[in-house]
Design a protein around this ligand. Structure first.
Ligand code: SAH
Ligand code: SF4
Ligand code: F3S
Length: 435
């Protein structure tokens, strides 16, 4: 039996796809294929955070229905499955089942039930089945919490993933140990608000916060690097920042989703912090770790965003000098507060697009300057990719998240190599091993 799976959206969805692949492999004997035509089961793991990809879903289902083998099944999973449920089967009768983002561990049941719709949000997935058979290589994704309790005015995620529940720490630690025994060296801890860890468990649990969890995981032998996404700026208290700075296994690269630099817009977005708090946290972090790299997410054209509000966003971009930027034009989503505002405060799409272009242009300038400054720096690179024939090279990421290519050298995947940056090829860093 062959499985074709398409994964859209964030790291949470990537992990959920890994989970479904592992379950289907061990319980149902499926093997992965990259050709939808030869699959017995086609899964689309969807994202609904913005409107455009969601709109494309139905044309995609149509395409799959046309090319699939006779008798092959199509399943729609993930966030769009959660919020549209049965409507998906009504609109696209070729779909055999719908499985919500919170229900992925039911995959081997739903494939046997025609027209099943499993999208409950209170489904207690805290006994999250971590599957030992998943094939991860040197890096692995590991959920520490599911769902989100925040109510950011623009965001559909709380509606698709349900309330926030932390996964018991002993389960996380035992899974991390298992992964380490299977050769994993770098963990990416996942949750919508990782640094809110410990606020609610579904069973009785000792008091523990995210800094404690980082300490527990970093005691595991074999785990050499820990990353996490996404932390929330609101919960970046001193204890968290100090643990981040001093724990030697925690990589010095952090995602700090800004969304907007204007306190006025942040309030309308219900982010819970203002511009000053955000800049204060960045300052504290940079004073503890001058070489830390910071990434962010920004939404432009949120309802009511004036030119002055947008200037505050540009100001934060300049001040922080982000290393990575994911930027989006605001997209109204169902089941969100800002959707109810209708056209009130709507920013015309030409203005929003022009702002996005200005933001991205300034960020490109920042990156060019940063890449120049990188030359001569030495980093510890975890080798993730090698090419052994033709133009041989090794490639991997530094502790602070930079992708560095090492030409003419073939290391082993999983090696940690000391590399000096010698060249910057249009933003890509080229390095040489330091002996
Ligand atoms: N939990 C994370 C975000 C998850 S959603 C956090 O709090 O930052 C990923 C990103 O999608 C968000 O950071 C936001 O920038 C973007 N996003 C979410 N809803 C959006 C919308 N309605 N329109 C445009 N971008 C949106
Ligand atoms: Fe969405 Fe806000 Fe939750 Fe992030 S914190 S997932 S932006 S509601
Ligand atoms: Fe992730 Fe998209 Fe869902 S960003 S949480 S897959 S809506």
């Amino acid at each position: 039996m062959k499985l074709y799976i398409e994964t859209l959206g964030c790291a949470m969805n990537m992990r959920d796809s890994e989970h479904m692949i592992a379950e289907l492999r061990s319980k149902e004997g499926y093997e992965l294929t990259h050709e939808a035509q030869e699959a017995d089961l086609i899964l689309i793991n969807t994202c609904s955070v913005r409107e455009k990809p969601e709109r494309k879903l139905f044309s995609e289902i149509g395409q799959f229905a046309k090319i699939k083998k006779p008798g092959a099944k199509i399943g729609v999973c993930g966030c769009t499955a959660s919020h549209m449920g049965e409507e998906i089967i009504k609109k696209a009768p070729s779909v055999n089942f719908v499985l919500g983002a919170r229900n992925v561990s039911k995959i081997s049941e739903v494939i046997h039930k025609n027209k099943a719709v499993e999208v409950e949000l209170d489904y207690d997935d805290s006994t999250y089945v971590f599957d030992a058979s998943r094939n991860t290589g040197v890096k692995a994704l590991l959920n520490i919490s599911i769902g989100c309790d925040k109510k950011c005015a623009y965001c559909i995620v709380p509606h698709t993933r349900g309330k926030e529940i932390s996964i018991p720490s002993d389960m996380i630690v035992s899974e991390a140990r298992k992964l380490a025994q299977n050769g994993v060296k770098e963990l990416m801890l996942l949750g919508q608000n990782v640094n809110n860890y410990g606020v609610r468990f579904s069973t009785k649990h000792k008091r523990i916060n995210f800094a404690d969890l980082l300490r527990e995981i970093s005691d595991i032998e074999g785990i050499q690097r820990i990353r996490f996404t996404s932390p929330h700026p609101l919960h970046m208290d001193d204890e968290f920042l100090e643990e981040f700075a001093t724990n030697t296994k925690v990589c010095k690269s952090i995602h700090m989703p800004l969304q907007s630099g204007s306190s006025n817009i942040l309030k309308k977005m219900r982010r819970g912090y203002n511009k000053e708090w955000y800049l204060n946290r960045v300052q504290k972090l940079q004073s503890l770790l001058p070489n830390v790299t910071i990434g962010t997410d920004i939404i432009v054209g949120f309802p009511g965003e004036s030119e002055e509000d947008f200037d505050h966003t540009m100001d934060v971009l300049q001040k922080v000098q982000f290393d990575t930027l994911y930027s989006f034009v605001y997209s109204p989503r169902p089941h969100t507060e800002s959707h109810l505002w209708g056209d009130e405060g709507r920013v015309p799409s030409e203005i929003a697009s022009a702002r996005l272009s200005r933001l991205q242009a300034m960020h490109r300038e920042i990156l060019t300057l940063k890449a120049k400054k990188e030359i001569g720096n030495t980093h510890q690179v975890l080798v993730e990719n090698i090419k052994e024939t033709g133009d041989v090279f090794s490639e991997g990421r530094s502790d602070n998240g930079k992708l560095i290519k090492i030409p003419d050298e073939v290391f082993k995947i999983g090696d940690i190599v000391s590399v000096k940056v010698i060249h910057n090829e249009g933003g890509s860093l080229i390095g040489r091993p330091v002996i």
